[in-house]
Design a protein. Structure first.
Length: 469
């Protein structure tokens, strides 16, 4: 017999928090696991289901979860429910896979606004992974700014001891002495800087050191900050890429210029970690990226954030944005001192143009069939973890992708890039039961991904960001 929840009590109009609270009650009402007990099963019925594959959504769906995994997906009225399953009514809701951020950073700020030179701590990383997940970001790749204890956290998480967004890392990335990435190591005892090799031999030796930690990717920065900083020499990035490949690792590059992107693709880079922002991409780059299967992570929102605060963006008043803010940050963002400081940036016209070029190039590359992943470069000060991932979807749609295409990039394609598409990324049988429950359909308006009422991870509901305060 099915234990139906009291659907009358599942009144979402009463509040955004009701769903996860109720769903949590469903979970704890299950009998304790024992030898003879049937497997723990939950049936979610009635939602519009966006499976992440890029296929059209399934109306009036049924999603059957067993022991934290998706057992079956089908149509309401055409599915047999497992004996004893708990049933959750999701009529009027939309479900979709959590977002996968292939380009984030951890431990660089505590409040989201100020740099935190002492912020690279296990506690802060835990908090940030929790915030990502509460915003519906199920996976984050920390791209090249980590300290080595990140590997302990990753191991703890894989052992079930660290909640929050699933963590991948590129460990310590490869930059240039006196150049990109600017900054340096956190101001903490024992903290190390990025690698900054000066010869190909040194670069190879440092890749071999990095490999001992088993990172998920290798990160290189190839940029000169509008000509102001030394740029990584081709013989250095060639050595890094070659050695990484010999060691079985893939390389993602920070890029800005078309010429840099071409040289990196020719050198065998696996992914571009930002948009190409100086000029329109051309047929040479497109054919080389396609021939070699090189993916692009646009990070449009990162580019928007470089100029947006000079003219406060509308999303500062978005309650979903505000739900994740620490105390005082909104006041700081809206202060005339901060606005004026941003307006005084002489690079503003170049930064605005770079953003527009990045959007245009995304559409060109997508239409040409280049693999488009999803990432934001969130995590440094004023690049808000969690909200920025939703903003990125909006900007991808502004660039000309459909909501369905943008969502597929952020779910299926990004899981493929991680090599994890047999575990997550789409809502199909055998995958982990991770998904978002939305109060409105993001295919009608991509902003509706912000109507987040629950985040499910491994078949269990968790509170969304709006419920955390
Ligand atoms: Zn970055």
């Amino acid at each position: 017999m099915n234990n139906r929840c009291s659907h009358g009590g599942l009144n979402m109009r009463g509040g955004r928090l009701g769903l996860w609270v109720l769903a949590a009650v469903v979970s704890v009402s299950l009998p304790p696991a024992a030898g003879q007990e049937p497997p723990e099963t939950t049936v979610l019925e009635g939602a519009l289901l966006i499976d992440g594959s890029g296929r059209p959504p399934l109306a009036k769906s049924v999603l059957i979860i067993e022991e934290g995994k998706i057992r079956a997906v089908g149509k309401l009225g055409a599915m047999r429910y497992p004996e004893g399953a708990e049933i959750v009514n999701l009529r009027g809701k939309t479900i979709m896979p959590p977002l996968i951020n292939l380009h984030g950073h951890l431990g660089q700020t505590r409040d989201g606004f100020n740099a935190a030179p002492h912020g690279y701590t296990a506690e802060n990383l835990r908090d940030q992974l929790a915030k990502y997940l509460a915003y519906g970001v199920g996976t984050v790749v920390s791209l090249g700014t980590d300290q080595d204890f990140v590997y302990d956290l990753r191991a703890a998480q894989r052992a079930g001891e660290l909640p929050g967004a699933r963590l991948y890392t590129a460990g310590r990335g490869f930059g240039v002495k006196g150049g990109f990435p600017p900054g340096g190591p956190p101001k903490m005892k024992g903290a190390v800087d990025r690698y900054r090799p000066q010869t190909p031999e040194q670069a190879r030796a440092e890749v071999r050191e990095l490999v001992t930690h088993k990172p998920d990717f290798v990160k290189v920065w190839v940029d000169d900050d509008f000509g102001r900083l030394p740029k990584m020499k081709p013989e250095i990035f060639r050595a890094i890429i070659e050695e990484a490949h010999q060691q079985g690792l893939r390389v993602i590059a920070h890029v800005f210029y078309l010429e840099g992107a071409k040289a990196l693709v020719q050198a065998g880079v696996d992914g571009l970690g930002h948009s190409i922002r100086d000029q329109a991409v051309d047929a040479d780059l497109i054919s080389a990226m396609k021939a070699r299967g090189v993916f692009l992570i646009p990070t449009l929102v990162r580019d928007e954030s470089t100029f947006a605060y000079a003219d406060p963006p509308r999303w500062l008043d978005d309650r979903f944005f505000q739900a994740g803010l620490e105390i005082g940050v909104l006041t700081s963002l809206k202060s005339s001192a901060f606005i004026n400081q941003n307006r005084a940036n002489p690079d503003l016209p170049k930064l605005r143009a770079a953003f527009e070029m990045g959007k245009k190039n995304l559409k060109t590359l997508f239409d040409a069939g280049v693999k488009i992943g999803f990432g934001t470069d969130s995590g440094p000060p004023k690049r808000f973890q969690g909200f920025f991932e939703h903003r990125e979807l909006q900007l991808m749609v502004e660039s000309g992708l459909t909501p369905l295409q943008a969502i597929a990039a952020a779910t299926r394609t990004s899981a493929e890039i991680l090599g994890a598409n047999s575990e997550f990324g789409t809502l199909s049988p055998g995958k982990q039961a991770d998904f978002l429950v939305l109060d409105a359909n993001p295919l009608d308006d991509i902003h509706n991904t912000e109507e987040l009422v629950a985040v499910w991870q491994a078949g269990k509901p968790l509170p969304p960001i709006a419920a955390r305060k």
